[in-house]
Design a protein around this ligand. Structure first.
Ligand SMILES: [Zn+2]
Length: 385
């Protein structure tokens, strides 16, 4: 991340832009450059960190080579999201003089750290510090050139803890088995989540995005041979998902366990409060298991009537594509901006399904199309002809 930040700072300096480094955690510098003055402020954001390459032997090209084969740039981070970062850097450098000259507001470029592990030392810290504030934002995570993401699910991660009474395994009636209690608790928790899901009314604004996303996830599932329907995906995107991810408990086969725990990952759609989900479980599981919140974050979306949404849509159409809004099941740094009331659109080159995979790539065509859309959007946003 440090090397990437230095590179970006130098790259900008060569083109006559000064950038500031904000390092809230050592080794995780954020680069912020700004041109123009006053309002409105449009933020272009991308993250510099990538996930590790994994088993290098499973790559057909070296993961940090950036090799171009048949119009595709291969490498770890190409899709997620060095490609997007390159696009917004180029867009910033190319359009900044016009923004300054027009005196129509401020354009901010923020190349941030830490996204892959939660963004706490990156966008979250910059927003809290007041460095990043504005009237609209584009986060160039991989949406693909014809799609733009207007919302994402929130998070409700909890630990269920069941306690019992130890006894010898040959006389279980003398004890109280924490594992058996925990199993009952998980079944009950699943019923409670089903009940919550029956009462969900998604914001109408998101209907089109849910449809599009369901189709996209289905296409990729069918490619990997899974037999699922569009309706299955519509359901999982539009409701609270339920995934027990970790289970621990007991110490010996011949003992009645007095402790067992399970970590449960639930993703909640806009319209549902993650903290409410925790409370409902707490009440419903009383006597079976204690419920501790591990992490919660609010689902969020930008209404389709926001100007930035309309402009990105127009920009995509101007490149001859049919614009499709989508919603993501995972979280991006966009949530920190939305939580500060900044209308935010996720739009950039690449494919979400390629992120974090072997032989990750981004197509050159995607880079060009998204660059053109973003330039279009910036021009319209500042009324530059
Ligand atoms: Zn990313």
């Amino acid at each position: 991340m440090t090397k990437a930040a230095e590179y970006i700072k130098e790259w900008l300096a060569k083109r006559g832009f000064s950038a500031k480094i904000y390092e809230y955690q050592r080794g995780k510098p954020n680069v912020v450059a700004r041109v123009g003055s006053g309002k409105p402020v449009l933020i272009l954001n991308g993250h510099t960190d990538v996930v590790p390459p994994g088993d290098v032997g499973k790559w057909t090209v070296p993961p940090f080579s950036g090799k171009i084969v048949e119009g595709r740039i291969y490498g770890r981070g190409s899709t997620d999201m060095k490609g997007g970062l390159a696009v917004i850097m180029a867009a910033f450098a190319d359009i900044a003089p016009a923004v300054e000259k027009a005196g129509a507001g401020s354009l901010v470029l923020a190349a941030t750290a830490d996204e892959e592990v939660g963004g706490h030392a990156g966008v979250e810290a910059l927003v809290k510090d007041g460095v990043l504030s504005g009237d609209a934002a584009i986060v160039a995570e991989p949406s693909g050139p014809d799609k733009y993401c207007i919302g994402e699910k929130g998070l409700s991660q909890v630990k269920l803890v069941a306690r019992g009474k130890p006894a010898h395994g040959s006389l279980p009636l003398l004890g109280e088995n924490a594992i058996v209690k925990l199993i009952k608790a998980v079944e009950e928790a699943s019923k409670i989540v089903d009940e919550i899901n029956r009462g969900i009314a998604l914001p109408r604004d998101l209907a089109e995005a849910v449809e599009n996303s369901a189709r996209l996830y289905l296409e990729s599932a069918l490619r990997s041979g899974l037999r699922l329907s569009e309706e299955d995906f519509r359901k999982v995107i539009g409701s609270v998902s339920f995934n027990p991810g970790v289970i621990r408990g007991g110490s010996k086969i011949n003992m009645v366990p007095d402790y067992a725990e399970l970590e449960l990952d639930m993703r909640v759609p806009p319209g549902v409060s993650p903290k409410d989900v925790v409370e409902r479980l707490r009440k419903g599981l009383a006597g079976l298991a204690e419920v501790e919140a591990i992490d919660t974050s609010e689902p969020n979306y930008t209404p389709s009537g926001e100007r930035i949404v309309g402009l990105v849509r127009e920009g995509i159409a101007a490149q001859g594509m049919r614009p499709k809004p989508i919603i993501m099941t995972g979280a991006t740094d966009g949530r920190y901006l939305r939580m500060r009331g900044i209308p935010t659109v996720i739009y950039g080159p690449g494919e979400l399904t390629l992120a974090h995979t072997y032989d990750e790539y981004v197509s050159v065509e995607d880079l060009v199309l998204t660059y053109n859309t973003i330039i279009y959007t910036i021009k319209k946003y500042f009324n530059i002809s």
